[in-house]
Ligand binder design. Sequence first.
Ligand code: FAD
Length: 493
Amino acid sequence: MTETAILWLRRDLRLADNPALAAAMSKAERVLPLYIHAPGEEAPWAPGAASRWWLHGSLASLDRELGAHGSRLAITQGDSLETLCAVAREIGATQVHWNRLYDPVPRGRDTRIKLALREQGLLVESYNAALLREPWEVRTASGEPYRVYTAFWRKCAPELLERKPTATPDIFRPAPEYTGLPLAELGLLPRIRWDQGLAARWEPGEPAALARARTFVERDLPGYAVRRDLPGIAGTSALSASLHFGEIGPRRLLALIGELHGAPSSPTAETYVRELVWREFAYHLLFHYPRTPEVPLDPRFARFPWRSQEGSSGSGLSAEEALAAWQSGRTGIPLVDAGMRELWHTGWMHNRVRMAVASFLTKNLLIPWQAGARWFWDTLVDADLAANTLGWQWTAGCGADAAPYFRIFNPVRQGGRFDPDGDYVRRWCPELSGLPAKHIHQPWTAPEALLRTSGVRLGQDYPRPLVDLAKTRQEALAAFETIKRPWASQPSF
Ligand code: FAD
């Protein structure tokens, strides 16, 4: 009998190093690559607007790639289990293969689907395409999950670096007849086209991801350790969205590093490989602490005196108004505003600036980290529940391996150190571009005459700072004192 398989594609939108694809192509004579759009099944973390934009491009690209191998991508929408059952009946499929997801809600759904399909007599197999190691395989000596990155790194690094990519199949099986939907029917692209900045910056899809990876590893990896912290230059891989959607996997990246630099463990590669392992650590944490997208890992922070919606943000503005100023890059703190505008225009923000804007929101404005995480979720093309949760909790000081709360990023000093000439701020806050480097990160300290000759009218073209950085730092420290000692009362701001 001819075996027919469904290859259920989700966040593994690639042909190379795709274990579910390789297995389906080797175990069945006909294979239907299928994408089922079911965002409601990921609620409350259904893909945000920028992610949907990327997904559209990535699906279109995968269809082209499959087409080049005599196959194609079938697209449909609806309840995943019902759709899989209906499609299996229609095409006579006896097997379903997919690569695993690790976010709590889709993970629960996938487990239920696996059981239901097996009960119907189908062969159902899942695989690991996204990670170097399964999150449940790594434990401390006492059997607990890791909560400290350095210990996780020490434990995992030697073994993780051994992971090899799965071979791309030599033969692509033909897809059986199935009429799905045109991609456009999924409505992933915005109706009001605000996405020009994203289109100018990014090219979703596996071929572009591989090309970017190759250029990065070949040309930029040797300088990464130094250049990765400078937001004014393209010193990082910019592969996070491709990794999130599985256009490329970490094993393929390690193999590429091995090919071009000897071994992934070489000193040239270590700083970059450590970042890939941060990604692994993020998935490890999300797997073991599935409530952390909403709830702080450090339980003391459940009592943290964030400013309430109606409360003042220390600037005369309500917390809601302060959040809106942060979102739109109008806080009057140049590094923060440059970052938020980069995010809005390109769907991405440099890591160092992500830390600075997150610290400003949570520590200087005392707005809950969850509000920032939500904004990032909607605006980042690389929005990833594991990495976003880790990034926000780490910066807010309530997560694993947290920087002590009192280590508050000063965006003026961060700017002076990592954007010393102000190139990054000038690019995203052009109204400040006439200012000399000395004042670009703190225009409020510039003498009136200099502001005038630089063409800057504070409070008109560019806002005055929303808050006093030193004063709000002290307030944040005082707020932290209240949760350090359970018996202390909350301060009134
Ligand atoms: P590179 O410097 O080239 O790093 C290589 C890869 O390592 C990245 O592509 C990414 O997959 C991974 N990586 C790097 N740093 C981290 C990290 N701290 N945690 C987990 N993985 C990491 N990253 C996301 O992919 N999605 C998010 O939603 C996200 N939200 C964040 C929110 C905050 C508040 C912070 C501080 C960080 C967040 N990050 C997130 C992590 C990091 O900022 C991005 O991964 C990085 O900027 C992506 O750029 P790159 O691909 O050029 O990174």
